[in-house]
Ligand binder design. Structure first.
Ligand SMILES: [Fe+2]
Ligand SMILES: [Fe+2]
Length: 288
């Protein structure tokens, strides 16, 4: 198990979150929210397991490697630990530890090799996509929920993800100047990484949570599909697509007119919460 106590880097810590004030009656019957948060806690808390290759990839660049190891990984793991405490406070009968063990047993063997983009500039562009996905996801949660502790926690995590994005974007520009990737290859990278979001980790996280919640049930693919449908419903009205598209277009360096013309097409293409199921996509992992 990891140790949520040894954090650092983030501008907040779990002690800042007033878990004792959690308005349980506002969330305890929200099944969709329970699955979302429990799954997110699994994926975030496992971040350092599958980011080691990325650190190695940038080992020659001391500023980046140090930040990845000392700040970024720790903050992602803290997201998981903070979400875990939220889930355990809101749904105390859920055995987080046991379900996480099952998730890790199924998922860890699949994520030993981190898929990296062909060049460092393109990998930085891909990282921008991942952080865009998480920043917008937590923004949606924060704006949507009526539960004040979750509102605060999700806003803090979203702010972290936006900050991560800014770092990756800055380093994208650094490597773009060196490697000069074509706009088409950047677009392809953005596109491919966005399609990978919501891949196997989301599926295995849901499955582990489901089986912990329903120990006598047989897990069926339809259970995951139903959950995904419920998320689509949530995203349809509340997903900050504008924020997502703006963040995604930045690495393309398009001028304002072209960007505006492309917004609707890209927004609909990248509705990653509404895309593939895990089995359809065949993609490796998504990273919260
Ligand atoms: Fe995160
Ligand atoms: Fe992040």
């Amino acid at each position: 198990m990891r140790h949520p106590g040894s954090m650092g880097g983030a501008s907040w810590s779990m002690e800042d979150i007033p878990y004792a004030e959690l308005a349980r009656e506002r969330v305890r019957d929200d099944r969709r929210l329970f699955y979302l948060l429990a799954s997110a806690s699994f994926i975030e808390i496992t971040s350092d397991l599958y980011t080691q290759n990325l650190v190695e990839y940038f080992r020659h660049d001391r500023e980046i490697a140090e930040w990845l190891e000392r700040v970024w990984q720790k903050e992602e793991v803290q997201h998981g630990a903070a979400l875990r405490r939220y889930v355990e406070t809101a749904w105390p009968d859920f055995n987080w530890e046991a379900a996480y063990r099952d998730f890790l047993a199924a998922y860890a063997p699949l994520c030993t090799v981190d898929q990296l983009a062909a060049t460092r500039a393109l990998e930085m562009a891909a990282r921008c996509v991942v952080e865009t996905g998480t920043a917008t996801f937590y923004r949606m949660l924060s704006e949507r929920t009526r539960e004040p502790v979750l509102k605060q926690l999700a806003a803090r995590i979203s702010a972290d993800e936006v900050r991560h994005y800014k770092h990756f974007y800055r380093w994208f520009l650094r490597y773009q100047a060196i490697e000069r990737p074509s706009r088409a290859s950047v677009l392809r990278t953005l596109w491919n990484r966005a399609a990978e979001i919501d891949a196997e980790d989301a599926f295995f996280a849901f499955k582990a949570v489901f089986l912990a919640r329903n120990p006598d049930a047989n897990f069926r693919k339809e259970d995951y599909d139903a959950y995904r449908k419920a998320i689509v419903q949530l995203a349809r009205h509340h997903y900050p697509y504008g924020m997502m598209v703006k963040m995604l277009l930045k690495p393309l360096g398009l001028n304002a007119v072209v960007s505006r013309l492309m917004l609707p097409a890209i927004a609909s293409a990248l509705r990653f919460l509404t895309r593939h199921t895990a089995r359809d996509s065949g993609a490796l992992t998504s990273r919260l």
